[in-house]
Design a protein around this ligand. Structure first.
Ligand SMILES: [Zn+2]
Length: 346
């Protein structure tokens, strides 16, 4: 069909139909510029809409108070201190803020630090620090209480000072005593907890075997009286459940029992554990213990936003909700020292 013929055919259509075709053709010729949601504006929007709080005292009363080098400044009505939209967040103190949106997009598309370094023109140390500033900020994102049947289990990673080490696999089909035989202070215990409502917790607990107080420390504030705890028959879990007066179902993996009364099992946490290990092994070839919690935060945020239509946008937004992220990032080296010290005291 040639042009004249097409035009003739088109003119046979109704006015509305022709207008619709023009619209569609125009849309194809000039696709709308995607509105890029910048990480730089999330917090300002929130603060300006009176949905924020003072990063120093958490008071919700504050007023706009001029600008500071292009950032919006606010003044707290309670403690009278001033802060900007970035104070306390991982963006506070970052100079090349114009690169952070690209950075997060590259981070989420699994770009290596070297690739990020080359593409964004920042040095590798900066690329590494930004990663961990961002990951520190999602540590406490949307943590809710566990509801109903809640599975919890420990898993182990080799203690690693440098980052690239093999991962310990926890044998599942052998008896408990055997599978956990050989757990030493060279192994980092991570407690994996999940309810059946997609709520997850992944916490570095200690070096070596976990104790009742480790369980208490990592999950106590997220356990409700109605929580039904499901774990292996480890004495620490039993003790914790007794202390809290929780309904507790111990799965005797050592007796090859995997499901109890059809609903009590550890399949969710075991599944999370195996995906977590694969991810850390395949994408990072292992990570250093010092930063392990941050990678757990990353994994958890991916799980949290699994069904999200726009993961990157929501991840950016989550990361800026934490106005204590900068402190959290700075305390990573001390956290690592304490992990080793506290474990040796146990
Ligand atoms: Zn204040």
């Amino acid at each position: 069909m040639n042009y004249a013929k097409i035009k003739k055919e088109l003119l046979k259509l109704s006015k509305e139909e022709r207008e619709q075709i023009i619209k569609e053709i125009n849309l194809e010729l000039n696709p709308p510029v995607p509105t890029k949601s910048s990480v730089l504006t999330f917090r300002r929007d929130k603060l300006n809409n009176k949905q924020g709080k003072c990063p120093y005292c958490a008071h919700t009363g504050y007023v706009r108070y001029g600008t500071d080098k292009g950032s919006q400044r606010y003044k707290c009505k309670s403690c009278n201190r001033t802060f900007t939209e970035y104070t306390g967040t991982w963006l506070g103190g970052i100079h090349k803020k114009h690169l952070v949106d690209n950075y997060i997009e590259m981070m989420e598309s699994k770009s290596s630090l070297d690739k990020i370094k080359n593409q964004l023109g920042i040095n590798k140390k900066t690329a590494f620090d930004w990663r961990h500033k961002i990951l520190s900020s999602v540590e406490h994102s949307e943590k809710r209480a566990f509801e109903g049947i809640t599975e919890s289990d420990e898993t182990y990673f080799h203690l690693s000072e440098k980052g690239i080490k093999q991962i310990v696999r926890k044998p599942r089909k052998r008896g408990e005593a055997a599978s956990k035989r050989g757990i030493s202070d060279e192994q980092v215990a991570v407690i994996v907890t999940a309810d059946r409502n997609r709520e997850i917790d992944l916490s570095v607990a200690t070096l070596g075997r976990i104790k009742k107080q480790d369980i208490k420390r990592v999950m106590d504030n997220r356990i409700a009286e109605t929580t039904i705890l499901c774990s292996d028959s480890h004495a620490s879990y039993k003790g914790y459940a007794v202390d809290r007066g929780l309904e507790h179902h111990a799965i005797r993996v050592d007796l090859k029992q995997y499901v109890k009364q059809k609903v009590y099992h550890l399949q969710h946490v075991n599944n999370i554990d195996s995906r977590l290990k694969k991810w850390i092994q395949n994408d990072f070839n292992g990570v250093s213990t010092k930063y392990l919690q941050n990678y757990l935060n990353w994994f958890r945020s991916k799980e949290l936003l699994k069904t999200s239509q726009n993961f990157t946008k929501e991840f950016k937004s989550l990361s800026l909700e934490d106005d204590q992220a900068k402190v959290r990032f700075k305390s990573i080296p001390m956290g690592y020292i304490l992990l080793k010290k506290n474990s040796s005291l146990n």
